[in-house]
Design a protein around this ligand. Structure first.
Ligand code: SAH
Length: 219
């Protein structure tokens, strides 16, 4: 193992201990996934040394890869056991999708900006996460052909919860989505109960780039 390589794994371990365990992330499968995925491969070369720092980073096209804690918190909120079919909206760098690939059986991810989707696909394939299916489209419609999903995670901030996501959720499935205005949101978890009911919980305050699309914000 090269010096540089081991430096990254040391930084990753420290990130998991301080930023995740230190702030209440307890799901052992989430901890293990965050220890495994090489986050530095999902950021631009110039930011590789900051990949394990406690903040989001730019990924081009005015978009960002979320802070590690937020990725862990969203993943934990999905309550995955390993046999699920999951949809992510907002592929971005592909990092959250890689984490999901270790936590669920099938992973589908939607991205509206084709250059980001192309790069994410390449990085995912190069790092052993080729099972992630990516499609370039307005993700506010979900992915009807593949529904229902046991988990849907939206990694961009929505003005309100698009009805399509509720419809594409399996009974017992969880939708994790930041909802609020353009500058700050509350991370919500909506669980689909039997008999057409939904339970909504507010989890934490957060700040995402906007979900831009027909059922989201104007671009
Ligand atoms: N999950 C990403 C973070 C993505 S930032 C990661 O791990 O790196 C949010 C992403 O959502 C951006 O790439 C943005 O282009 C995308 N996005 C915003 N609105 C969208 C929409 N309606 N459909 C699909 N993707 C969207």
């Amino acid at each position: 193992m090269s010096k540089r390589m081991s430096d990254f794994s040391i930084a990753r371990r420290r990130m998991v201990d301080r930023q995740l365990r230190g702030r209440g992330i307890t799901d052992p499968r989430v901890i293990e996934a965050m220890l495994k995925v090489p986050r530095h491969k999902f950021v631009e070369e110039a930011f590789a040394s900051q990949a394990y720092s406690d903040y989001p980073l730019p990924i081009g096209e005015r978009q960002t890869i979320s802070q590690p804690f937020i990725v862990a918190a969203m993943s934990e909120a999905l309550q995955l056991q390993g046999n699920e079919k999951v949809l992510e909206v907002g592929t971005g760098s592909g990092y959250q999708a890689a984490v999901l690939a270790l936590l669920a059986d099938q992973v589908f991810s939607l991205e509206r900006i084709s250059s980001l989707a192309r790069r994410a696909r390449l990085v995912l394939n190069q790092n052993g996460f080729s099972k992630v299916n990516i499609r370039v489209t307005d993700g506010t419609y979900g992915w009807d052909d593949e529904a229902p999903f046991d988990g849907i995670v939206v990694t961009a901030g929505a003005p309100e919860i698009p009805e399509t996501y509720l419809q594409q959720l399996a009974i017992g499935g969880r939708l994790v989505i930041p909802v609020g205005d353009r500058n700050s949101q509350i991370l919500k978890r909506v669980t689909r109960l039997p008999a057409g009911d939904y339970r909504t919980e507010s989890l934490l305050d957060c700040r995402f780039v906007p979900l831009v699309g027909d059922k989201g914000w104007e671009g």
